[in-house]
Design a protein around this ligand. Structure first.
Ligand SMILES: Nc1nc2c(ncn2[C@@H]2O[C@H](COP(=O)(O)OP(=O)(O)OP(=O)(O)O)[C@@H](O)[C@H]2O)c(=O)[nH]1
Ligand SMILES: [Mg+2]
Ligand SMILES: [Zn+2]
Length: 304
């Protein structure tokens, strides 16, 4: 029997099986090395020398069930640490327009974490009702820069469901998870998207702390032929935890390659003389906030 892990809680794996039914299982030998097989190995025979790695299955894994226990999981197409999940097709980066305050730095950190893992980011801005029309216009103007980079940007008001249909359009047959700061409105967005859903959401007054109804586990819900996943938010995020290195940032800020810096060893920091990237920022070609994120991230990774 084969299925996909949709939730993990205290060593119990909730698995959606091929017939659509959902059952709980435990994994065989929890802490010992799990056997990982190539997905294309149809035989899935234990004798065929599987690659062995020392890790347990996690949410998103395709697992093989034998004698009512998870025996092993298949090779992952991708694997994230934050949130701790495997095999996602796309990630909706959920950012509140306000409360918590919108942060370009957090957004850039997240976009980078995702493209580093070869997953396509989609940006969803929630709580647009909290901005005046001028503030919203100005935010949308800045976000055009991200659309030009090739990232989709959606605007949702979870109070009245406006913007919902744009998001629904991209969910068909995909494994999509929501990720973002605590209190950004991820669980509320799941409720907006899936008719009849009533996940508990935290109180506004607790939005910046760990509220009573803050999400504590990743859960994938069957929806539109795919799976939609709610994840726990984070209150703080350290760049170093994402396994990024200062010298790879150059490639991860994807637009930098469009502007020539004639020094091959330049790190494009604020004190770099004659730097092509800094010139592009001064000329308004690179969004100032993007560049500031780059500098902050570079220094944070370098000073570790
Ligand atoms: N005004 C307004 N409030 C919203 C909107 N979306 C969510 N909220 C409120 O924001 C608070 C936090 O929402 P949640 O959905 O719990 O946030 P979350 O991202 O799931 O938070 P964690 O589970 O801690 O990561 C709740 O009080 C929601 O009612 C929105 O579009 N507009
Ligand atoms: Mg939540
Ligand atoms: Zn430079």
């Amino acid at each position: 029997m084969k299925g996909r892990v949709i939730n993990l809680n205290g060593g119990v794996y909730k698995v959606i099986l091929e017939d659509g039914s959902i059952k709980d299982f435990k994994a065989r030998g929890k802490l010992r090395a799990e056997k990982v097989y190539q997905s294309n190995d149809k035989s899935l025979s234990k004798k065929k020398n599987p690659t062995t790695v020392k890790s347990s299955p996690k949410v998103g894994d395709i697992v093989i069930i034998d004698n009512d226990m998870i025996d092993h999981y298949e090779i992952r197409k991708n694997s994230l640490i934050r949130p701790d999940i495997a095999n996602v097709d796309q990630i909706l980066l959920v950012f509140a327009a306000k409360e918590p305050d919108f942060s370009f730095y957090l957004l850039d950190l997240f976009v980078i974490n995702i493209i580093k893992n070869n997953i396509s980011p989609v940006i969803v801005i929630t709580k647009v009702d909290k901005l005046s029309s001028d503030e919203l216009l100005s935010l949308k103007n800045d976000m055009k820069y991200y659309e030009d980079l090739g990232y989709k940007v959606f605007y949702v008001n979870n109070l009245d469901g406006s913007g919902r249909d744009d998001v629904l359009n991209i969910l068909h047959d995909k494994i999509t998870i929501l990720s973002g700061q605590t209190g950004a409105g991820k669980s509320s967005l799941v409720n907006t998207l899936i008719p009849g859903f009533k996940l508990e959401t935290q109180e506004i007054s607790d939005a910046l702390g760990r509220g009573k109804h803050t999400t504590r586990q990743i859960s994938l819900y069957p929806f539109m032929g795919g799976l939609l996943g709610d994840t726990p938010g984070f209150s703080k995020l350290e760049a170093s935890l994402l396994g990024l290195k200062a010298n790879e940032l150059n490639n991860l800020f994807v637009e930098f390659k469009n502007y020539k810096c004639r020094f091959s060893d330049c790190n494009h920091l604020e004190n770099s003389k004659d730097c092509g990237i800094r010139k592009a920022v001064d000329d308004g070609l690179i969004l100032k906030n993007r560049y500031l994120s780059y500098v902050k991230l570079y220094n944070e990774l370098k000073n570790r």
